[in-house]
Write a protein that binds this ligand. Structure first.
Ligand code: GLN
Ligand code: ZN
Length: 751
């Protein structure tokens, strides 16, 4: 333990893309060669300065929250974990090395990217092997601190902690565990801490969110060793170790025993830690940051509940401070800018800026200041009831949320074979066709009121007709309408369902310069009128071939939205499912015999701890079944999932009971079938065309993939299709690739 001043109220991190996505624009201009590194650096410095000003009311201002691309990549660069393939860039401008590792450079592949726990943020996976030479290679955190100091702000630098950094890394050789390098990594952290101390830092935050997931006792030992060593240093700032995205569980006693000065807990997703905290004597000389202001959702805090949770800690901890549950990276900047939203909804929203104010207010309340009026105002907003839709509630109560079994798969398969008369190894696509400039411009023109509904409909219909004719010419068996009317597979449905709002400025970083604007699901969900039926019916009218209708599933709609927090997520999922069920029924009535319900986010929402997973999978599967279960045996339900590693969700995919499941498989050369082949009972369409690459796969390659798939799952349940939607591809390459795909299926059929 070292002497230290009190921490004060704080947030664990802040958005960095800029309120108007300034960083996105600046880095993209730099990548395109349209601006200099100096210009980019100066935009970045402006953003950092604005953030510090924004946070100045906090007791402790987090620092180093800025990143040009990703904080995990920054940490890897700081400690020298640069794979040898980037060696030639090591002596150039550090920005170019950073972007090369993030995005690849001339034949040198980028680091892999994966999801940051159960959020929609993606980080770059560091590569660490037996030969990685750790050294303090980049001092971004020190420079950021010094820059703040020059502005008169003593920030609390935030770093990815050493154990989480290693746990998130990938070994460079088979069976190598990066965590085995902990002893070599810690001296680099020690040096960084010493340099921060020398620069004037008083507190440093080390993030260890990996402990919100299940961890082995060996991994808990590593945590203990890491903080015994870092805490044991004398030449260092006070250490705040942050866990978030759930309870840290068995890691809490470990941290309580460690010679560190502070622990930040997520008391929104991890309230279970409160019970443990009460029993830990080790907390008595520590500061505990009570993360009661939710960092990853957009609702105003309920002040009484938040203060009660913080107060529970008062007896256990040496000192309690108010904090956010996690970094505010996951919410947009400023709810006050959403002037197009109904005031009643806007008042209930707290984005990053409003959350900072909430933390400050609760901090003052906890310190015993007289803030009754402010608390009363906050309470009034938090107590406001959510918009209810009684009819939806009544229908769900009658329907129940249990199993909507369709008859046995084989019975359905026979009925569908008679109805659809498809050849063996049928060919299809995943839904979207290339969204070229003109389509995007037409959608924008319609949104801006430059063209009217009739003109818009006519243009979209022309595109649908073009895509239908193209598919007929190519000889595809199951056609799609191409989704030209959809900006995004979730936002499109959010815009057409009651209970959802969309924002104007609510951008959050997804990865690098890519930002998304998640819809806000704020009330009971209902479908005021059919959404896709008109488009699909029109598409069907153009052709004699089977037309596949296209919907987004309940889990995916929830996963890519901000969701209401006043009821269990599963209850909300069933409301979405009921709306989709009506849509499915209407599509069937309109004569659509094949309906695809995409669930690419099924795995994303999987809880971090195994104990929480069965309950999630239960409602996830049942909501899909609610959406799809009302159709006749002759109607074929498809689903699509975008990735190729399924692990613990294979059983759930089978549980969805879709007649056909399409997945990504081309890049991994059908490996996915080792799991899915035996795991999934019904038909499978492992992708044979990697839509993430502009390359046109030749017939022989696709034949080989289809034969490989057939040898695992047999010919009866094999489909031929691309990995995913074609939205981001160009017209020419798509046409060529699909032509080859049809030829490949024909060749395999003839075997
Ligand atoms: N049907 C969607 C499309 O083709 C599916 C997209 C996805 O899986 N992410 O674009
Ligand atoms: Zn996909």
């Amino acid at each position: 333990m070292i002497e230290h001043p009190p921490l004060g109220s704080t947030v664990l991190g802040y958005p960095r893309i800029g309120p108007d996505r300034e960083l996105k624009r600046a880095v993209e201009r730099y990548w395109a060669g349209e601006s200099s590194a100096a210009t980019l650096r100066s935009t970045a410095a402006d953003l950092r300065r604005a953030t510090r000003a924004e946070l100045s009311g906090l007791g402790s201002v987090p620092g180093n929250t800025f990143s040009y691309y990703d904080q995990v990549l920054d940490a890897a660069l700081a400690v020298g974990a640069v794979p040898p393939r980037f060696a030639s860039l090591a002596d150039g401008d550090p920005l170019d090395l950073l972007f090369a590792m993030a995005r690849g450079a001339e034949g040198v592949p980028a680091l892999e990217m994966t999801k940051w726990f159960d959020t929609n943020y993606h980080f770059l996976v560091p590569e660490i092997g037996p030969d990685t030479e750790f050294s303090l290679r980049q001092r971004t955190a020190v420079e950021d601190f010094t820059e703040g100091l020059a502005d008169g702000v003593v920030t609390r630098p935030v770093l990815v902690g050493p154990v989480t950094l290693l746990l998130l890394s990938k070994g460079t050789v088979p069976d190598f565990r990066p965590l085995d390098r902990l002893a070599d990594l810690l001296p680099v952290y020690a040096q960084l801490l010493a340099e921060l101390k020398a620069a004037g830092a008083v507190w440093v935050q080390l993030d260890e969110p990996a402990f919100a997931a299940d961890r082995t006792s060996e991994e808990l030992d590593a945590l203990s060793r890491a903080y015994a060593e870092l805490g044991g240093l004398t030449d260092r700032p006070a250490l705040l170790v942050a866990g978030y995205f759930g309870p840290v569980g068995p890691a809490l006693p470990v941290l309580a025993e460690a010679p560190i000065e502070g622990i930040a807990l997520d008391l929104v997703a991890g309230a279970a830690d409160l019970d443990t905290a009460a029993t830990l004597a080790g907390l008595r000389d520590k500061t505990v940051v009570a993360g009661v202001v939710e960092g990853r959702n957009v609702w105003r805090v309920a002040p009484d509940r938040a203060l009660a949770a913080a107060a529970t800690l008062l007896g256990a901890a040496g000192r309690v401070e108010i904090g956010s549950s996690c970094s505010l990276l996951h919410v947009p900047y400023d709810a006050a800018r959403e002037t197009a939203l109904p005031a009643a909804l806007r008042d209930r929203l707290a984005f990053a800026r409003e959350k900072v104010a909430e933390v400050v207010l609760l901090g003052r309340a906890l310190a015993g200041e007289q803030v009754d009026d402010e608390l009363a105002a906050a309470r009034a907003v938090a107590d406001r009831s959510v918009e209810r839709h009684e009819e939806v509630r009544e229908r769900l109560a009658v329907l129940g949320t249990e199993f909507y079994g369709r008859p046995d798969g084989p019975v359905r398969a026979r009925a569908q074979a008679d109805e659809l008369r498809l050849p063996s190894v049928p060919t299809t696509t995943i839904g979207s066709f290339p969204q070229t400039g003109p389509i995007r411009r037409d959608r924008a023109a319609y949104r801006a009121g430059r063209i009217d509904a009739a003109e818009y409909q006519q243009r979209m219909r022309a595109e649908i007709e073009r895509v239908v004719r193209l598919q007929e010419d190519l000889g595809l068996d199951v056609l799609v309408h191409g989704e030209p009317e959809r900006n995004d597979m979730v936002q499109y449905f959010a815009e057409h369902l009651d209970g959802f709002a969309t924002t104007e400025h609510g951008w959050v970083q997804s990865y690098g310069s890519r930002c998304v604007r998640p819809p806000i699901l704020y009330g009971d969900v209902a479908r005021p009128e059919p959404i896709t039926v008109g488009w699909s019916t029109y598409a069907k009218s153009l052709t004699d071939r089977p037309m596949k209708a296209m919907l987004t599933g309940p889990v995916t709609i929830l996963a890519w939205s901000f969701v209401r927090a006043d009821q269990p997520l599963g209850d909300t999922a069933f409301q979405v499912a009921l709306a989709l069920r009506d849509e499915v029924t209407d599509l069937e009535t309109a004569g659509l015999r094949i309906i695809q319900v995409d669930e690419p986010a099924l795995r994303e929402l999987l809880p971090l701890r195994a104990a929480d997973q069965p309950a999630y999978l239960d409602w996830a599967v049942n909501s899909f079944k609610m959406a799809t279960g009302a159709v006749a045996d002759t109607t074929q339900i498809h689903t699509h999932l975008c990735y190729s590693e399924f692990g613990e969700v294979v059983g759930a995919i089978d549980g969805l009971d879709a007649d056909v499941t399409t997945v990504e498989a081309a890049r991994s050369k059908m490996e996915v079938l080792d799991e899915l082949g035996p795991g999934v009972t019904r038909a499978l369409g492992p992708g044979i065309y990697d839509v993430h690459s502009p390359e046109v796969p030749d017939v022989a390659t696709m034949v080989e993939l289809l034969r490989a798939a057939r040898s695992v799952i047999g010919p009866e349940r094999l489909w031929a299709n691309p990995d995913c939607g074609l939205k981001t591809r160009g017209d020419a390459e798509t046409t060529a690739a699909l032509r080859n795909l049809v030829a490949a299926a024909a060749a395999v059929r003839a075997d």
